[in-house]
Design a protein around this ligand. Structure first.
Ligand code: ADP
Ligand code: MG
Length: 685
């Protein structure tokens, strides 16, 4: 049976490119055959029956069994969502968009019609959309205009085991929404909720602590899909590895030389590591003797441009081994066919809240050791289609010492944006019912930040500024900056800067060894006030390329970026964000074309309103800066335009922790201006 499927997939390989749909990797009839062979297909009727009978269903099934792609279609076919749409939530935007694309191929429809998606800064939906994939963050935003989520009759909370802050908030809200919407109707067909369509909730995952979820939903029914997992042989290293990239590279070529056919999946913490290992593998693979199997690398991470990762789902050409370099997105969210070997670095990036005392007050992404649950999921990816092997780049002792599973985000992330959002629904985070409640300290810290930004008043009541801030799909600090730009007449410039700062990849490539040449290459873009106006100069120069016929071509623009050590992906993403922010502005009645011309002071002042907590003053030693609102002493990051300069006061985007604390994304600001920011004054008062 496993063999037959493999053959079918390989069968499409020999076909000409024309009849291979890039998104699907197969023809329509073939796809329908594949669907019927998925483990979940056998239980379809029983599953539908459970969903029909219960308000809440918890569905547990091995990764790749067909939960995310099939369950929404079953519900549609079974007529269980005739009064509203089906929502499927995902913690990651790439998962939401690529799964929507896949399911719309399975339905033989164009994406954005029957099947659509909605993620921050991007959506494809229509009035005919019935199944909508969206991030947990987006559905939380929808609560703002539709507090009962009444346009959905079924909401599927997928990947619930990840316990993202937004998933937890959503689950908490869904419970009370369902109570309202599903209130029994009295004998006359009347009742407080008689005009509302009832809501069904389905919670899905591969590794869920099902009991905990079931208990939260008053003993909801747990349904298991029987998976099809083949044995995976696991190898640990004898000693710990200092350099996991080097170890991954070595292991990959060992597999490539010694093992039979089958694709390799390497788990890495993030984009930088993926890009760097990708380069090394390609370089080395090119030097292999001609007669060896070829290597095709496929990077896969969240910040990739949409559609860029679709080649990962296509079978490798003959005599080629695919090497997929992925973040933990490939752990449970996306299943890649053909994988027989997994290389696990044991690392991931995790959002971590930094308390204000250590200079934070917001989240940073830290590279961390994974959990046992992740390690097992990663290994499992090698056994989907047949027996496989997993090479762990850590010792067995290290595995045994791993925590069983990650702590929910609500216990370790900044709550600022969530507290603000909940305030807009008239909710108080301390009064909600959670599976795991937040720490009092982080609630207080969020309230304090919101107060300093002017989003809450002294009585913790939402201000009109706060309400306006929440309407922007931005971090609270940047939303505040956009609002402040109104007062200073520089909305145009601020939107251009904030778009870049909100992109998922960084604009300025920063490799320590290339810092001098990068600084030299960017000379013309450098602005004396610091990094924010340098960002603006870079965006504007890039945009100007398009109006000159000589530089308007794609390759000319790319070359220009390479020459200046700029990440073009960040600029492209920023352009989309810019468009979205302009739309939000016009809805809010903010004129986004107001510009301050050549003056830089208004821009810096607007920035300072959002970055109040990220400000520091030069110390007497003339080299370090002391935070105005925290106790830390920081240095300017060597990648900054201001790296070797002394300025009386700075604002910065973030802190980076290495051997010491660095401020990154820094601009100089006049000291006297500090005193005009109300929040800073109040602090002194
Ligand atoms: P689960 O949610 O249970 O992990 P999915 O519904 O995501 O499973 O996946 C079911 C099957 O669909 C898998 O075999 C996977 O390989 C396939 N699949 C998912 N997305 C794509 C895609 N974009 N192209 C080809 N196959 C895909
Ligand atoms: Mg899934």
């Amino acid at each position: 049976n496993g063999h037959r499927r493999k053959k079918a997939r390989r069968g499409s390989l020999g076909a000409t490119q024309e009849n291979i749909d890039v998104q699907s990797g197969g023809k329509f009839s073939e796809i329908q055959e594949q669907r019927k062979l998925l483990p979940i297909a056998q239980g379809k009727d029983a599953l539908l029956e459970e969903i029909r009978r219960n308000d809440v269903t918890i569905l547990l099934g091995e990764t790749g069994s067909g939960k995310t792609t099939q369950v929404p279609q079953y519900i549609l076919e079974g007529g269980l969502a005739d009064k509203g749409m089906i929502a499927v939530t995902q913690p990651r935007r790439v998962a939401a968009t690529s799964l929507a694309a896949r399911v719309s191929v399975e339905r033989n429809t164009k994406l954005g019609h029957l099947v659509g998606y909605s993620v921050r800064f991007d959506e494809k939906n229509g009035s005919d959309t019935r199944i909508k994939y969206l991030t947990d963050g987006m559905i939380m935003r929808e609560l703002m205009s539709d507090p009962l989520l009444s346009k959905y009759s079924v909401i599927i909370v997928d990947e619930a085991h990840e316990r993202t802050l937004r998933t937890d908030l959503l689950i908490s809200n869904l419970k009370s929404i369902q109570k309202t919407r599903n209130q029994p109707v009295d004998a006359k067909g009347k009742g407080p909720a008689s005009h509302l369509n009832p809501l069904k909730i389905i919670v899905m995952s591969a590794t869920l602590d099902a009991e905990k979820f079931s208990k939260f939903f008053a003993g909801a029914k747990v349904v298991y899909v029987k998976g099809r997992q083949h044995p995976v042989k696991i190898f640990h290293t004898a000693e710990g590895q200092n350099d996991y990239l080097e170890a991954a590279m070595r292991t990959f070529f060992q597999v490539h030389n010694d093992q039979g056919p089958g694709d390799v999946l390497i788990f890495l913490p993030g984009q930088e590591d993926i890009e760097s290992l990708n380069k090394s593998i390609q370089l080395f693979a090119n030097q292999l003797p001609q007669e060896r199997m070829e290597v095709l690398t496929c990077p896969m991470y969240a910040a990739q441009a949409p559609g860029q990762n679709s080649k990962v789902f296509l079978a490798a050409p003959t005599n080629t081994r695919k090497c997929i370099l992925a973040t933990n997105i490939a752990e449970t969210s996306l299943t890649i066919p053909g994988v027989k070997y997994v290389i696990d670095t044991g690392k991931c990036k995790e959002k971590q809240y930094l308390a204000r005392d250590s200079g934070g007050g917001f989240d940073t992404l830290l590279t961390k050791d994974i959990t046992k649950s992740s390690a097992n999921q990663r290994a499992g990816r090698a056994g989907r289609e047949g027996s496989g092997m997993c090479f762990r780049l850590y010792t067995e002792d290290a595995y045994n010492a791993m925590p069983p599973m990650a702590e929910p985000e609500i216990r370790r992330c900044s709550l600022t944006s969530s507290v603000l959002q909940l305030k807009c629904f008239g909710q108080d985070i301390q009064e909600l019912e959670f599976m795991d409640g937040p720490d009092l300290d982080s609630v207080i810290s969020a309230l304090k930040t919101l107060y300093l930004l002017g989003a809450l008043d002294k009585q913790k009541q939402l201000t009109s500024t706060g309400r306006d801030m929440a309407s922007f799909p931005l971090e609270a600090t940047y939303a505040r900056v956009v609002l402040a730009s109104r007062e200073y007449g520089c909305t145009r410039e601020i939107l251009e800067i904030v778009s870049v700062l909100s992109a998922s990849s960084k604009l300025f490539q920063d490799i320590a060894e290339q810092r001098d040449s990068a600084a030299e290459a960017r000379r013309a873009l450098r602005h004396p006030s610091g990094d924010h106006l340098t960002v603006l100069a870079a965006v504007r120069s890039y945009t100007a390329l398009s109006s000159n016929p000589e530089t308007a071509t794609r390759s000319a623009r790319r070359q220009w970026c390479d020459r200046h050590y700029l990440n073009e992906r960040a600029l492209l993403e920023a352009r989309d964000i810019y468009t979205q922010l302009r739309q939000t502005c016009s809805r809010q009645g903010i004129d986004c074309n107001v510009s301050c011309g050549e003056r830089d002071e208004p821009i810096l002042k607007a920035l300072a309103h959002g970055l109040v907590q990220n400000s520091a003053l030069l110390q007497p030693d003339g080299a370090s800066y002391k935070q105005t609102m925290g106790r830390s002493v920081v240095k300017i990051h060597p990648s900054s335009v201001l790296a070797d300069k002394k300025v009386p006061a700075i604002i910065y985007n973030e802190l980076v922790y290495t051997n010491q604390i660095y401020a990154r994304g820094v601009s100089s600001i006049s000291k006297s201006f500090f005193n005009t920011i109300p929040a800073l004054n109040q602090r002194q008062a």
